[in-house]
Design a binder for this molecule. Structure first.
Ligand code: GLN
Length: 366
């Protein structure tokens, strides 16, 4: 891999148009190639500090305030972390600052549900189509009468209901917290005041829960499934945790830091697919096009990214754009993706060693 210089001239005209009408916030240009061997640790750190300094002056966006407790954070906090599948971490800024995981949890609970009951049962609760709607839309597929996907609230609440059914009301949250902690490689905890704030004000999510019950995508009682959902969103993480969780997913579910298989290999593949197509709400298409990394964002300000077989990435900055995604987070990912060739369809993203071994050992026969 190498650093490349990408400029705004490389962007197609539609994207320039979208930027000028505010749909996409302009990203500073990617850094130029600094030297011949970019994979040395110091050069990754150099790239991180370049990205951090370029994104830090961006102050657009607003704190989420529809959950009252979420507005009580330092608006200017900003951290980035990259973790390799082998366990090495590079970080900068407030990468060890704790915030609530929010919707980023949806990728992890989806992975757990797939592992526990398999695809068929999971698909009977939520589909895998991008919705094109805001994350809190009260909108189901007219064809399946199910939420469009598990990365928006409706689908995630259905998945929490499923986990509650399978794991039991008493144990579901503890098992969830345990799994999230194993993925991060350290014990995580619940932010009680965010949880209480969400539970006290989450009436839109309650409406979604009851709608799920009415179409058969949720079992009674709705309230304990919602309680689990509110709790899962209120787990505290750091950007470093998100990077380490991403590295565990990227590493086929195996956490190299703790030497533990945390997620099932098939569930990891399905989870990344849905993250890629639906993880950034109604900006998922633009994200796949520009950044090209399976990712999941949360209104707490975090973005978790997975570069399959290579890296996990975590960013934290709580000012959000109109879609509910972190503004500095998006800007940072755009620069990192361009600089390090992390886009899934980038020439420099070589993917798995197993697949590349076919190409080195086999020659085409004429
Ligand atoms: N707990 C939040 C909610 O349900 C999660 C939303 C999000 O992060 N997009 O509204």
């Amino acid at each position: 891999m190498f650093w490349k210089k990408r400029t705004s001239e490389d962007r197609p005209q539609q994207m320039e148009d979208a930027m000028s009408c505010g749909e996409i916030i302009a990203t500073p240009e990617a850094p130029a190639t600094p030297s011949a061997n970019p994979t040395s640790h110091s050069q990754v750190d150099q790239m991180l500090s370049y990205v951090y300094e370029k994104a830090r002056p961006i102050t657009e966006g607003k704190l989420a305030d529809y959950i009252p407790e979420l507005a009580n954070v330092q608006a200017d906090s900003f951290g980035i972390a990259i973790a390799t599948t082998k366990g090495k971490v590079h970080k900068i800024g407030d990468a060890d600052f704790e915030f609530t995981i929010q919707s980023t949890s949806k990728a992890l609970t989806y992975c757990m549900a797939l592992e526990l009951v398999g695809r068929k049962e999971v698909l009977s609760r939520a589909g895998v189509e991008p919705s094109g709607d805001p994350f809190n839309a009260i909108e189901f597929s007219p064809v399946t009468r199910r939420p469009f996907n598990p990365m928006v609230n409706a689908g995630a609440i259905a998945i929490s209901g499923l986990l509650r059914d399978v794991l039991g009301v008493e144990k579901a949250f503890d098992l969830m917290l345990d799994r999230f902690s194993r993925a991060a490689g350290r014990q995580l905890s619940l932010n009680e005041s965010v949880y209480r704030s969400e539970a006290a004000t989450g009436h839109r999510n309650r409406a979604i829960g009851h709608l799920l019950l009415s179409v058969g995508a949720m079992n009674e009682p709705v309230e304990s499934a919602l309680d689990l959902y509110f709790k899962q969103c209120s787990i505290m993480v750091t950007a470093t945790d998100l990077a380490r969780i991403g590295a565990t997913i990227a590493n086929l579910g195996f956490n190299s830091l703790t030497n533990e298989q945390v997620f099932d290999i098939d569930a990891v593949r399905d989870t990344q697919s849905v993250m890629f197509t639906c993880g950034m709400y109604d900006y998922s298409g633009g994200w796949a096009y520009e950044v090209g990394i399976p990712a999941k964002s949360g209104v707490g300000g975090g973005i978790l990214g997975v570069v399959n077989r290579q890296l996990g990435v975590g960013t934290y900055s709580p000012r959000l754009d109109g879609n509910g995604n972190s503004v500095r987070g998006i800007a940072s990912y755009r620069m990192m993706s361009d600089s390090l060739g992390l886009h899934s369809f980038d020439l420099t993203n070589t993917g798995s060693e197993f697949v590349s071994s076919f190409f080195t050992s086999d020659r085409a026969e004429n």
